[in-house]
Design a protein around this ligand. Structure first.
Ligand SMILES: NC(=O)c1ccc[n+]([C@@H]2O[C@H](COP(=O)([O-])OP(=O)(O)OC[C@H]3O[C@@H](n4cnc5c(N)ncnc54)[C@H](O)[C@@H]3O)[C@@H](O)[C@H]2O)c1
Length: 371
């Protein structure tokens, strides 16, 4: 299956191309619209093989491609890395008419996206996401950012960034062939979130095709990416600069951020999101926004996909519920207002709830095993 999703509003428009070979798709795009001077391929070291093949594909048609690699960890998603990459681009002679091709997961996509948005005040950008999470989430929407180290050594995540739409996002299912299973599952958690937000049939489809998706069947991945990406595209197109509906994408994330703040040594973001979805659904059920059967259906789907539904599934000794509850206020402080949760409403969809009742918030923690 091959599919194009149009994305954004003029003049900030892009295309998400799903189901094509990445080498062919990048070469065709750059042949259709030539770059002025060398193209910079900024790649995760973990996918240097794919990045090299993309580079050879370009060299084969006479396009000068230069490879720069980076390590994909949150400490490398930094202004220092952007500076070092910019210095390499200058040395390679990449001009204002050049192109940055990002090949990697969300860390490389965010870093290279920010580089493209700011290098010589902005150059063209093509994203080649290599994680499921980046295909359905991070590479879509034109948001890029890097982290900043605070005085106490901790990281202020995504503290410096820019909005700049990539002209093309290439989602090649075979790019996931080398992705470790746990990273694959983290992407699946975001797909489940998108199903709950806006695709009534996607949860059932995921349950029916779980084996094919986990086994990285190309056709199943292409269909999943097309459906899950379409949910994000629709939300972002309604709210490109994050003033309203885009907040819905935070479904499950207020709980997830608290879990990550306390247990980031053993929990990955997608796993925290899966647990956070169960907590948020439980709160919604307590408030009569959804039926309890929906919470049970979500738990069954997450388990089928190999995702955790309780803290104990991934954390040996979870922090007490009261400690985790206090951590939710970190998000609140950042937003400068009371606790706001994104909560499902009815069979599909969600809305923002300001200052939800405290007993319902704690019921969410209790449902995922915090005492
Ligand atoms: N810009 C946005 O709108 C947005 C949205 C969501 C998340 N993000 C950001 O995305 C980042 C997380 O992205 P992610 O989950 O893709 O993580 P990631 O980029 O860290 O990749 C996860 C791990 O998989 C490895 N990897 C990537 N592709 C691989 C492949 N094909 N084969 C083998 N290994 C591979 C990486 O080296 C890394 O170790 C975070 O920094 C987050 O802030 C941004």
């Amino acid at each position: 299956m091959q599919q194009d999703l149009a994305h954004g509003q003029p003049p900030h428009q892009g295309v998400i191309r799903i189901g094509l070979d990445a080498v062919d798709a990048v070469r065709e795009a750059l042949l259709a619209r030539r770059s002025g001077g060398p193209v910079a391929i900024v790649a995760d070291q973990a996918v240097v093989g794919l990045a090299g093949r993309i580079g050879h594909g370009l060299q084969g048609v006479g396009i000068d491609a230069r490879l720069c690699t980076m390590v994909a960890d949150e400490r490398s998603k930094s202004l220092d890395t952007v500076g070092s990459l910019a210095s390499q681009l200058l040395a390679h002679g990449v001009t204002r008419a050049g192109v940055v091709v990002a090949v990697g997961g969300g860390i490389v996509g965010d870093t290279a996206g920010f580089l493209a948005a700011t290098y010589m005040r902005g150059v063209r950008c093509i994203q080649v996401p290599t994680t499921l999470l980046a295909m359905v989430d991070a590479a879509i929407g034109g948001k890029s950012a890097v982290n900043v180290v605070l005085r106490d050594g901790s990281l202020a995540k995504n503290a410096v960034g820019a909005f700049a739409m990539p002209e093309l996002v290439v989602c090649d299912p075979s790019a996931l062939n080398t992705l470790p299973p746990r990273e694959m599952q983290c992407g699946l958690a975001e797909c489940v979130k998108h199903a709950l937000l806006a695709d009534a049939g996607l949860a059932d489809w995921l349950a029916a095709h779980a084996m094919a998706v986990v086994g990285k069947d190309s056709a199943a991945i292409a269909e999943l990416v097309a459906r899950a990406a379409a949910v994000k595209v629709a939300i972002v197109d309604r709210d490109p600069t994050e003033r309203g509906d885009r907040a819905l994408l935070n479904l499950g994330h207020t709980y997830a951020h608290a879990i990550e703040a306390r247990h980031d040594d053993c929990v990955k973001h997608g796993e925290a999101v899966a647990i956070g979805l169960v907590a948020a659904m439980t709160v919604a059920s307590r408030l009569g926004r959804i039926g309890h059967a929906q919470v049970e259906a979500l738990q069954a789907l997450l388990e089928r996909l190999g995702l955790p539904t309780r803290l104990q599934d991934v954390v040996g000794a979870p922090d007490p519920a009261a400690t985790l509850r206090r951590c939710m206020d970190l998000d609140k402080k950042r937003a400068g207002r009371g606790l706001v949760l994104v909560l499902p409403q009815g069979p599909i969809g969600a809305g923002l709830v300001e200052s939800p009742p405290e007993d319902a918030v704690m019921a969410g923690w209790s449902a995922v095993g915090a005492v």
